[in-house]
Design a protein around this ligand. Structure first.
Ligand code: NAP
Length: 251
């Protein structure tokens, strides 16, 4: 029987984060669904409630330290000390290097890297106190390099170094840190990329699938399954790892 913990999943109003939040709730955990606007967490909360789980929705910008402090305090008060953290919130500001603006660079660094740093620093205090914790960071196959994504690739590669360092620093407190590097997953994020390059989403998916060894696109539930493993009791000896969930090797 899984012990009930309190989990925080950032950017879980939709997409991969929503699937991760629902999966952790089905695993028996209480879940804080964090997204930029609280009203955007409603659908995820309803799905969790319908599955018999317990969740609260919080509006917070993970790159803002005041928002992060307030969100973690509210989770602690309403659901109990958070000991599972999934840093999933993310944005794209794709452009070729010569066209990439200062703002494109900073926005991506702020949400992915600063956001994961602020959330992890706030949550580790509870994990260290409880002598138990799980941190799961969302990297990407783009960490290996991807045209038009100098900012995103740098952030996602940075998250791998961040993850390994957290694993080293927090291991003695029974806290593990791992990263999931998804390949092509069907969400609003990949839909927006298809729109940006002017390709119908179905064609965009078909092209992606043609390069995926298992011959299908990824679904948010594929990532949720990996997050569920990393968050589990059984994964206590797995730390500092990057798991490519991409229908093929990629890493
Ligand atoms: P998505 O559908 O665009 O969802 C991202 C969520 O993050 C949105 O709900 C968004 O809120 C939220 N968010 C953005 N900035 C935030 C902030 N500052 N504070 C709090 N929440 C914020 O993306 P996804 O495809 O599910 O991706 C989830 C994660 O997986 C990201 O880290 C992404 O980089 C990574 N990933 C995705 C893929 C893929 O193929 N989809 C592949 C590799 C890695 P709003 O709705 O308000 O914008």
């Amino acid at each position: 029987m899984t012990e009930t913990r309190t989990a925080i999943v950032t950017g879980s109003g939709r997409g991969i984060g929503a699937a991760v939040a629902l999966r952790l709730a089905k695993d028996g955990h209480k879940v804080a669904v964090i997204d930029l606007r609280e009203e955007d967490t409603t659908a995820t909360i309803e799905a969790i409630n319908a599955a018999g789980g317990q969740a609260i929705g919080i509006g917070a910008d993970v790159s803002n330290s005041d928002d992060v402090a307030a969100a973690v305090a509210r989770v602690t008060e309403e659901l109990g000390a958070p000991t599972i953290l999934v840093n999933n919130a993310g944005i794209l500001r794709d452009n070729l290097l010569f066209k990439m603006s200062d703002g494109d660079w900073d926005a991506v660094m702020n949400v992915h890297l600063r956001g994961s740093f602020l959330m992890s620093r706030a949550v580790q205090a509870h994990q260290v106190e409880q002598k138990w914790g799980r941190i799961v960071n969302l990297s990407s196959t783009s960490a290996l390099g991807n045209r038009g994504q100098a900012n995103y690739a740098a952030a996602k590669a940075g998250l791998q170094g961040f993850t390994k360092t957290l694993a080293i620093e927090l291991g003695r407190y029974n806290v593990t840190a791992n990263a999931i590097a998804p390949g092509f997953i069907e969400t609003d994020m990949t839909r927006a990329t298809a729109e940006r390059v002017g390709v119908p989403f179905e064609d965009f998916i078909a092209h992606a699938v043609s390069e995926i060894p298992v011959g299908r696109s990824g679904k948010p539930e594929d990532i949720a399954a990996a997050a569920s493993f990393f968050a589990s009791e059984e994964a206590s000896f797995v730390s500092g790892q990057v798991l490519y969930v991409a229908g093929g090797p990629k890493g």
